[in-house]
Ligand binder design. Structure first.
Ligand code: CO
Length: 151
C-alpha cells in the first residue's frame, strides 16, 4: 500500500478516455489499495484512476454516511432528478465550483473480484459517483461548472 501522486489539471492524462479493466490481477489490487490510501490521506470524497496517472476505468468513492466503494468498469444505467451545489476535485487544488448533477443514479459496475453489481446512489453520493465517472472520459467538473472560485 502506498500513497500515489495526484495529477493536476493541465496534465494531458486527465483528458484521455480510459480503457476498460479486463484482468482482475495483482496490479489492479495494488492500484485499488493505493487509491484507498491516497483518497483517505487527502480526505477526498473520491478518486479516479487517471488522477494517479492510470488510464483504466476504476474509481473509488469514500462517503461519511454510505461508506467506502470501489467501482470497476462503472456505467450509469439510469438517472433521476437534479441537484445543484458545490464541488471540488483533488486534481484542481484550491478551487470549488457550482455544478448540476442528477439527484439519483443507478450504477452497474464490477467489484475487485470481477463480480457484477448494481447500486443506487442519491444526494451527495450520486454527485460523487457522477464526478468520478466523468474523470474516466477525460471530463473535469470545471468543464460543467456554472461558477468556479478560489477557496
Ligand atoms: Co475529481
Amino acid at each position: 500500500m502506498a500513497i500515489r501522486n495526484i495529477v493536476q489539471v493541465g496534465d494531458d492524462v486527465l483528458r484521455q478516455k480510459c480503457f476498460p479493466v479486463e484482468s482482475f490481477d495483482e496490479g489492479l489490487m495494488r492500484l485499488l489499495d493505493d487509491m484507498k490510501d491516497t483518497v483517505k490521506k487527502e480526505k477526498g470524497a473520491g478518486l479516479a484512476a487517471p488522477q494517479v496517472g492510470v488510464l483504466r476505468r476504476v474509481v473509488v468513492v469514500d462517503m461519511e454516511k454510505e461508506g467506502y466503494f470501489e467501482f470497476i468498469n462503472p456505467v450509469i444505467l439510469a438517472q433521476k432528478g437534479e441537484q445543484t451545489g458545490w464541488e471540488g476535485c483533488l486534481s484542481v487544488r484550491g478551487k470549488s465550483g457550482i455544478v448540476s448533477r442528477p439527484m439519483k443514479v443507478k450504477l452497474a459496475y464490477q467489484d475487485r473480484t470481477g463480480e457484477k453489481r448494481i447500486l443506487q446512489a442519491k444526494g451527495f453520493f450520486a454527485r460523487a459517483v457522477c464526478h468520478e465517472l466523468d474523470h474516466l472520459d477525460g471530463v473535469l467538473y470545471i468543464d460543467k461548472a456554472t461558477h468556479v472560485e478560489k477557496n
